[in-house]
Design a protein around this ligand. Structure first.
Ligand SMILES: Nc1ncnc2c1ncn2[C@@H]1O[C@H](COP(=O)(O)OP(=O)(O)OP(=O)(O)O)[C@@H](O)[C@H]1O
Ligand SMILES: [Mg+2]
Length: 443
């Protein structure tokens, strides 16, 4: 292929973003030293789990919020205020219900002061491009989800931005509709009739990233940071049945399931930093039932092992829903992940096949051994004469490190695990945590 001179259209340099925690308890770091460039002519996917700061990064690049540190360069200049070079497609469509399709599409042009006739002409063109001709006068409520998102695309296309931003544009649609629309967007791009010079798409769907993008930027969470970039070295359109496609997907799965490995193209395990407090460690938000469901599925496979993409598929789960379950199983020492395969440990196999009573014993043993926050809660309760504490007491411990909704989720997950293990009880009406009676040994 001939080398084409590329030009950086937009980039962030060493961007940090911090939000204040409630009640002046310091700050919560969402993005840590992030640098990402988008070149003209390329599709870049930002891939990361929920909470890794993907939307925040897009908002910073769109100039909707300022970075706490670092800078955004757009068109070679430091960005101050809203970025005129980008247009955004949102997961939620974000249409105005009281305006017609045509009026929704014209809105951004109106804001730019484009005269009425030109507005109308360009809007009709964009509506045509997304296959909605004939629906110009329809209102959003008369449209299906897929059609609404077509309006979302038309509204961005009409602005002819340098870079089109898409924030999980297909994830609110059903599987078939999203598949169709994704294919159409890719066709437009491959046909070189696309109304922008590059695309930056946020997704948590690995296949979608490998299908659409030329480069996949893998973000780590807590705080959000760039772990590495994977080049998708496939001819366009990217063929899902190509062995290289599959190995890229597996490689990224492996990276996503092992937050500690370096994403280089030759993954190797690096030591994990020792956390300051167990309350600063995020537990995956999964219920015990989901973990045991996964283990029971694997135990039925030959040799008690299976390949991660296939497991996610057979459970009909999105990566974002599947990975936390796997994380939970690995954290508790029930499963091991290597080279894109999941394998049960001996204890995991025992847990998946034994009686309920014994599985509770095994779960208790593993939780006490591998999840320090569970032991800490039990110890705190044992120190009280009433053997109980208000939920707030624990919530405040998490809230030192996380925003309140996250603290609540951590509390809920820990209590779910602790209850299953019969180490904790929770009275939701009194919002109190108890040691169960009779007190089990925490040894
Ligand atoms: N304005 C804000 N104030 C405080 N915290 C915020 C704010 N905006 C985002 N956050 C926090 O920053 C973190 C990252 O949020 P963000 O929406 O960027 O993540 P994301 O990767 O887009 O996640 P998702 O996949 O769920 O969309 C979250 O923990 C969120 O609660
Ligand atoms: Mg988001």
């Amino acid at each position: 292929m001939v080398a084409i001179a590329t030009e950086t259209l937009i980039g962030v340099e060493n961007v940090c973003k911090r939000f204040p925690l409630p009640e002046g308890k310091g700050e919560f770091t969402v993005l840590q030293d992030v640098s990402v460039q988008v070149q003209s002519g390329e599709v870049v996917a930002l891939l990361g789990r929920s909470g890794s700061g993907k939307s925040t990064l897009l908002r910073i690049m769109a100039g909707l919020i300022p970075p706490s540190e670092g800078r955004v360069l757009s068109g070679g200049k430091v960005l101050r205020g809203p970025n005129r070079d980008v247009a955004m497609v949102f997961q939620s469509f974000a249409l105005l219900p009281w305006l017609t399709v045509q009026e929704n599409v014209e809105l951004g042009l109106e804001a730019q002061g484009v005269p009425k006739d030109e507005r109308r002409r360009r809007a009709l063109q964009a509506i045509d491009l997304v296959g909605l001709d004939g629906f110009e006068s329809a209102y959003p409520k008369e449209l299906s989800g897929g059609m609404k998102q077509r309006v979302g695309f038309a509204r961005a296309f009409v602005l002819k931005p340098q870079v089109l931003f898409m924030d999980e544009p297909f994830s609110a649609l059903d599987v078939l509709t999203s598949e169709n629309l994704r294919g159409e967007i890719d066709d437009l791009w491959n046909a070189k009739t696309f109304p922008s010079a590059s695309i930056l798409i946020v997704t948590h769907n690995i296949e979608e990233a490998v299908f659409l993008a030329d480069r996949v930027v893998i973000l780590g969470a807590n705080p959000g940071r760039v772990r590495g970039v994977v080049k998708i070295d496939l001819p366009r359109p990217h063929d899902r049945t190509h062995p290289r496609f599959k190995s890229l997907v597996e490689y990224i799965y492996e990276a996503m399931t092992n937050p500690e490995i370096e994403v280089t193209g030759a993954p190797k395990t690096a030591p994990v930093a020792v956390p300051v407090s167990p309350y600063a460690v995020l537990l995956p938000h999964v219920r015990v039932g989901e973990i045991s469901g996964l283990l029971e599925l694997i135990v039925e496979r030959p040799e008690g092992t299976d390949d991660i993409p296939r497991l996610a598929e057979s459970l009909q789960l999105e990566v974002d829903d599947f990975l936390p379950i796997l994380d939970g199983a690995v954290l508790l020492g029930f499963a091991e992940v290597s080279q894109g395969d999941v394998k049960l440990t001996e204890i995991g196999r025992d847990f998946a096949t034994t009686t309920i009573l014994r599985s509770k014993d095994l779960f208790r043993q593993q939780a006490l051994q591998h999840v320090p926050v569970v032991s800490l809660m039990v110890e705190a309760l044992q120190e009280r004469r009433s053997k109980s504490l208000r939920a707030d007491f624990f919530l405040d411990l998490w809230a030192k490190y996380f925003p309140y909704p996250e603290a609540e989720r951590q509390f809920a997950t820990t209590v779910d695990w602790g209850r299953y293990a019969e180490l904790l009880e929770y009275d939701a009406s009194e919002e109190r945590v108890y040691l169960p009676e009779p007190t089990p040994s925490a040894e």
